[in-house]
Design a protein. Sequence first.
Lengths: 342, 342
Amino acid sequence: MSMAGSADPRVSARRPTLWASIVEHWSTGMACAVLVALIAFGAATIDGFWSLLNLRSNLVFASFLGIATIGQTLCALIGGLDLSIPFVLGAANVGLVKLMNEGVPSGLGIVIVLVLGGLIGAFNGALSQRLREQSLVVTLGVGNAVLGLVQILVSSSGVSGISGGTIEGKIPKWIEGFSSFNHAIGIAPAVILWVALIVLTILLLRRTWLGRSLYALGGNPTAAERVKVSSRWTWTLVFGASGVTAALTGILLLGYTGSGYAGVGDPYLFTTIAAVLIGGTSLVGGRGGYGLSVLGVLILTVLQTILSGYSLSQAAQEAILGALIIPTVALYARSPHPRMLI
Amino acid sequence: MPEISTAPGPEHSAARFLIRQRSLATPAVLFAILLVISAFHGPHLFTSDGLAGAVIGAAPLVLATLAITIIAVAGPAGVDLSVGPAMTFINIGIVLGLPVLGLSSPLAVFAFAILLGVLLQAAMGTLIAVLRVSTVVVTLAVYLVLDGLNTVILPQPGGTAPDWLANWGSSSSILSPILYVPLAAFVLWTLIACTTFFRNVRLMGANDRTAFVSGVKLIPIRIGAHVICGVFVGIASVMYTGLIGSADPTAGAPYTLSAVTALVIGGASLAGGRARGLGSVLGAIDIWLISYVLSTFNFGLNASYWVQFATGAVLVVALVTGGVLSGLSGTGRWRGAGVTPS
């Protein structure tokens, strides 16, 4: 194991040797290769893999996961982890139905839900940063408190309440159409929204001061503070953004399923983390990017299609997904030996 | 980290003693509050039946929390997410696997459960220590694998535990194995906490670089910590099987969230190096008492939402008060010692 094997861009960026640049693009290359191999495998062995319907529906699923993963990626870049995503997602999902049932116009309802999601996320970030960056437990606690509270509030009033976590309501046609792969324009608007958000996120990360400060903070917090990156504000903003993207995914899923369900976010707890890890963004912070997570999202989506094509149950898919994570991370996201840190 | 030193010095006064015990303040105060509420609102707890129900109800969580405590000590970011599905996996093994071998004696059940727990944890510990992939990633992957496998092996709840074990769930006296087993486990924990091995685990968790240059062999120590964890996971699984009296593929997974919550309420620092068995036990009892107290109110269908909300809220409050009490709520001051990757 050479020094370069620990893949530290802070070292390699200074002297871009051939080996360093291979290491630097190692994860991107691996992720692309895996994606291409999976697509080839699926196309060769599963009938209808290339059918237009399959592609269009897969893209919709990918866009749900992709939008929720924006927040998880940003959090991972500064060395955090947002476990509140499924809870905020579920709370937004049932909360919006309740608001619309109470007569709030759908547009205003969406704005309210997004703002609340952002505030919850910001609270997560501020508290995690204050508590020595223990985001895992903070977000777990806040997430459970929020989803529990929203379900209590939603259920407490009368006829239009929640039962068994499900809440019925009249979902406006435009919200349903937004996530429908049979939309008149030929592709679900949700997919277009995802593409726009991909461009925005990558530009934000690469071209803005804020974006670069995420990498600085994740790579070396002490050095980042020396160049006036405020750890507190960055954590608050990043987790706030994660809250917004989680709430947005909840709204899109509402359009897709047509009724509110508090547990709708459950799969997103681990799939967002898996997408980040498989793409090659390290959970330790400072390394990776949203482009990689998009690859991770596509890999997961194609993998799920293939596994469903082989009629494996949801549980078996979960087990295979889990078994893939360790070798993936071991390939390109290992921590350095303490000997290297002395 | 101030608590590394256990050598009695001249500063060993009463005040010093109280400061040293401050990590127990949050769980102890919470325990007292919950007991007072129970006394007024659910006095059934203080009958012989109620106490026995409390002991067998809380025992699996107490042991699960004790199990992951040593992983938290071994740090950094030592959160074992796999404990819930691991308990379920062993539970299925006890109920469905052992009868195939014609074994059902207490000795066989305990030996089988502990062996399985140790094997699982030793495998995870080896991956974490040798591959240097973070604890959260490995235990998350194992969570997914086991959670999926459990449902694949046993799609529906079923089977019956050996008679002697199934009777534990309906025990009406606490002067029976339901109390003796957890007590024996706690004594075992206390003995382990006195060993040099345990001090090495603490040193590694607080600062692995210091441990490394002090000649602590990091790989065997980390694997050893996981083996200890496995022993307690095994005992927890036996108690869990006694509680439900059968095998259930999904009911055990939530133990992960409860145990992590109990761990943090008990004063453990997830940065590593600081966690106490007594705190974890108190934290786990608190979690059980919260759901007991809430069950005495007439929340009807909303009861589960209230439990979710209260658990999350208590976790956040415990984090805030814990951070204030230990005076470590500054900005990333300890990051160099604790949150660095390993």
